[in-house]
Design a protein around this ligand. Structure first.
Ligand SMILES: Cc1cc2nc3c(=O)[nH]c(=O)nc-3n(C[C@H](O)[C@H](O)[C@H](O)COP(=O)(O)O)c2cc1C
Length: 186
């Protein structure tokens, strides 16, 4: 059986993004469990802010079509979202909104898992709740374990891996749930 392919997407494109760092740590965990990983970097899928007039004049951005094509080759997708004012960031919402203008089914073929890294202790629970809501509304199967990483200044060791044993164990549980769900779906 081919190795499962896991897409890993950060909702922040900031160069020093902690959600990117969490994505890299998750890629390491998935690889150690025998999966193939692909970083899906939103810098490579730049889209304008959604506007109905723009869509009518120019259609859906090529980047949205390409993103769907890339997402649908993945058996699983891990998304790490920042939290901005208690919400998922505009970048992530705008990206998802554009993809739904192409087709609605693109989230139904892969298993999703979600995480968030924040500087404060609350670990993105409000953004995670929103991301979970929108993904399930679009028909995605989202694994039950979510990975909130709070106080991110102390969360990673010098190799970029999760430093806290409890958080690492939660990350492994999330990855295991995804890989089991992919196996059951095959
Ligand atoms: C406009 C704005 C609003 C923010 N609101 C929150 C928030 O509600 N909760 C939170 O934990 N952090 C909040 N932050 C801090 C972000 O979590 C922090 O900037 C984080 O590093 C962003 O993710 P990144 O490192 O992946 O880019 C906010 C940051 C910005 C710029």
């Amino acid at each position: 059986m081919p190795k499962p392919k896991i897409g890993i997407l950060s909702g922040s494109t900031r160069s020093a993004s902690m959600n990117r760092k969490l994505c890299a740590a998750m890629a390491h965990i998935y690889s150690s469990m025998g999966a193939k990983t692909q970083i899906i970097d939103l810098c490579e899928y730049e889209m304008p802010l959604y506007n109905g007039d723009l869509e009518a004049e120019e259609g859906v951005p090529e980047a949205a079509v390409r993103l769907i094509a890339d997402l649908t080759t993945c058996d699983g997708v891990f998304i790490s979202t920042p939290e901005y004012n208690g919400c998922m960031p505009a970048l992530l919402k705008n990206t998802i909104d554009w993809t739904t203008r192409v087709e609605l089914g693109q989230f139904t073929g892969s298993i999703y898992a979600i995480g968030s890294a924040t500087p404060g202790a609350l670990s993105g629970i409000m953004a995670l709740r929103q991301l979970h809501f929108i993904l399930t509304r679009l028909g995605a199967q989202v694994v039950p374990t979510q990975l909130g990483v709070g106080l991110y200044g102390k969360a990673f060791n010098d190799k970029g891996q999760l430093a806290d044993a409890g958080t690492l164990s939660r990350a492994e549980k999330l990855a295991q749930q995804m890989l089991s769900a992919i196996k059951s779906a095959r």
